[in-house]
Design a protein around this ligand. Structure first.
Ligand code: FES
Length: 468
């Protein structure tokens, strides 16, 4: 007897709205604290999170070169049978812009900020992921990975729609709605879902950015019509469709068939070993579990993170084939008789860890309070200071300068002391928002509101901070 599959409500206005406490659109409960985190020393984390320009320049430079060469070969093969493999290669490289969009959206591939932003703007256009909308969407995905009704990026909803998944090997099911969403946003009429996660202040920017995307697509369409050939469109927009197979092959097993509504990425995300060509095109996102556990890790450091934490993770899949051997039956079960079915991953026992000793201070607003010895904060690092119900972040910058700011990010609930100090800037560990440490100024979305700062004084070998 077949069982009627009951569709869960994945809309952002339904589903699991009780999962979090909201103040407007800001999450005020301790979501980040609830997620399982790998046990690593602060020293290890700092080394892994470190930013450099070299690997990003090499990797992204090679990618742009391959894109250009494959475009040239495709162009000269037009009108011959060679055009089929040539455009397939070009389209596959073109669509792998999606992984470049993702990586630069996290702001991690380069140390130099404008390089991240430049790559993000270009890759967003190529991948049909309008920059503002998808930055906010992806922030939500990381806060509430696979929480039904909170995560706007649940690729496989239960019961699984197998036809949709197959069509998306050529972006045929998700692509047209994405283009339609771009059109709506360009005309200033976003749908309810978009309004749920893009804050009002970014709507005008999203509208303008959508118009620029659309104008470029339209120019290529007009060019195609004018010359009576769809060749120009074969280089822009269409490649995302005809070249989409590899992106779908690699991204589908990221989360599909695993758990929903769990605060442990080990139950909802996979790490899969792939060959070096796929790893290059996918920007190392095969280490997807590590990426979710520590989103501040640059792509080139993911293998190192994997080595450091693999004893704490379920075993990685040794090949895409191994992952699909598990995934396909799971999705068929979900689609046919058992919509609640999910794969359970074996979770190793967490290593014993000593609770980190956090400096604390008595609450006495307006008073100078003792933080601790200067040598407790390494250069270019940050520590957390709790007092009463409040938390500060105390920073030690180059040249022996010390600063203090609020310890919680102004975007959502994340401890800045778990983040990374780079050139006088603190980067939030949850969505890579950034703040100027000396002034508290928000520098990078999704962090938009500034931090409060507090005076710090060094007396002999001891630091003091004045509470506001
Ligand atoms: S919590 Fe989102 S940027 Fe900090």
């Amino acid at each position: 007897m077949s069982v009627q599959a009951i569709r869960r409500d994945y809309s952002l206005s339904g589903g699991n709205q009780d999962a979090v406490a909201l103040d407007g659109d800001r999450i005020t409960d301790r979501v980040q604290e609830q997620w399982w985190k790998p046990k690593l020393s602060r020293q290890q984390m700092r080394e892994i999170m470190q930013r450099r320009d070299g690997p990003g320049l090499w990797h992204f430079g090679l990618w742009f070169l391959l894109l250009g060469v494959s475009a040239y070969l495709a162009a000269i093969s037009w009108g011959t049978w060679w055009a089929i493999p040539a455009f397939l290669v070009y389209g596959t490289i073109y669509t792998s812009a999606d992984s470049r969009w993702h990586e630069s959206g996290h702001g991690t591939p380069f140390r130099t900020r404008w390089l991240n932003e430049a790559v993000y703007a270009i890759a967003s256009f190529i991948a049909i992921r309008e920059a503002y909308l998808w930055r906010w969407s992806h922030s939500r995905h990381h806060t509430h990975t696979y929480f039904v009704g909170r995560d706007p990026e649940i690729q496989v909803q239960r019961p699984a729609d197998l036809v949709k998944l197959l069509m998306d090997f050529f972006y045929l099911r998700s692509g047209p709605p994405e283009v339609w969403r771009l059109v709506r946003n360009a005309f200033g009429h976003p749908n309810k879902e978009v309004l749920d996660f893009v804050p009002e202040r970014d709507l005008p920017k999203m509208y303008w950015s959508s118009r620029v995307h659309l104008a470029i697509y339209a120019a290529f369409a007009v060019w195609s019509i004018a010359i009576g050939s769809f060749l120009p469109m074969m280089f822009v927009l269409l490649p995302r469709f005809y070249g989409g197979w590899l992106q779908q092959l690699l991204s589908l097993p990221q989360h599909a068939g695993l758990g929903e509504d769990t605060f442990d990425h080990r139950q909802n995300t996979r790490t899969i070993y792939v060959n070096p060509v796929f790893a290059f095109l996918y920007v190392n996102m095969q280490y997807h579990l590590e990426h979710h556990a520590m989103p501040m890790t640059p792509f080139h450091a993911l293998p190192k993170l994997h080595e450091a934490v693999k004893d704490q993770m379920p075993p990685p899949y040794t090949s895409l084939w191994q992952a699909y051997k598990e995934l396909i039956p799971a999705l068929i079960k979900q689609a046919t008789g058992d919509p609640d079915y999910r794969v359970l991953r074996p979770i190793p026992k967490d290593p014993e860890s000593e609770a980190a000793e956090l400096p604390t201070a008595a609450e006495s607003p307006g008073e100078w309070v003792r933080v601790g010895p200067v040598e407790d904060i390494e250069a270019e690092d940050v520590v957390r200071l709790d007092f009463g119900s409040r938390t500060l972040a105390i920073y030690h910058l180059k040249g022996g300068h010390f600063y203090a700011t609020d310890g919680l990010c102004t975007h959502e609930y994340a401890y800045l002391a778990d983040g990374l100090v780079i050139d006088g800037v603190i980067e939030c560990p949850l969505h890579n928002g950034r703040f100027d440490i000396a002034t508290g100024r928000a520098l990078r979305a999704p962090a938009c509101d500034h931090l409060d700062t507090y005076p710090v004084e060094r007396r002999g070998n001891t630091l003091y901070v004045r509470l506001g």
